[in-house]
Design a protein around this ligand. Sequence first.
Ligand code: PEP
Ligand code: MG
Length: 328
Amino acid sequence: MDELFATVRQEPSQTLDGVRVSLLLNAGLSADTDIAMNDTADGVGLFRTEIPFMMRDRFPSEQEQVASYRRVLTSYVGKPVCMRTLDVGGDKQLPYFPIVEENPFLGWRGIRLTLDHPEIFLVQLKAMLRASQGLDNLSIMLPMVGNLEEVRVARRLLDRAWREVSAETAEQQGVVRYPSLGVMIEVPSLLYQLSELAPLVDFWSVGTNDLTQYLLAVDRNNGRVADIYDTLHPAVLRALQQIIDAARHHAKPVSICGELAGDPVGVLVLLAMGYRRFSMNNSNIMRIKYIVRQSRTDELQKVLREALSHRHGGAFKGVFGRYLQERG
Ligand code: PEP
Ligand code: MG
């Protein structure tokens, strides 16, 4: 199979009816492999910055962060790199910053923690900005946003970080461009605030892993309830359709960076809904490119209508699975 997928390596990511899609990389786990993907991925759709933090025994200094972010940005010159601010808490713990809570997934996670510690947040933002000096491919994304005030405060801190870095680097060569700022859509409360969110940010990226967990109230890592962690549950699909519709309405670029984008049936459902930017682990990129290149969006829209007419989530796996099989 791998040889089959490798045949599309140099081919464009486009469907049989000529619709171009972006296949981006979820990076952070294995920096070297991820960097080596720079000729096949269309960029980095999610750089999980907490991973390098987790592999240390203390907070990395600003200089250490600059070096690691610069490495990624320069490996993808001319391609977009979306860096997510620290997303610790929940299942991601720093050994040197223990958080003990009854309900970690509902607790001090992601943006909640970094806004309570602006000194950590500012150092990270400044490191990202310094790393991007002379380049134009950085965008920044906020995890676990649940209300608009978090975005407003984060934006003010980014403004401040940018002003300070720009003033310090004014004499040096290469300006620091003000980056695009986006949010992960993964806390369900955002689904009801998309119109108000739209003017505050430049893009959205859907974190289907957490969005599914929080919509269904099912722990994403608990084997006991794994069979009801249904990534194609009708409520999840409805939310995904609502997000793409709102993104179109507000002309907001939107991508998917949860595992669903790297899933063969998942990507077909998302293509049918209208999504065109998918971010996934490096091991999935070739397979998904192969599948995209065997598909037609006009056919997929019909398949979506058929699956919706069955009115139960299981139909999606069956109906889209058949489409997949028919195309080898
Ligand atoms: C997600 O929640 O879908 C996501 C991409 O973020 P993470 O898996 O890092 O929580
Ligand atoms: Mg998440």
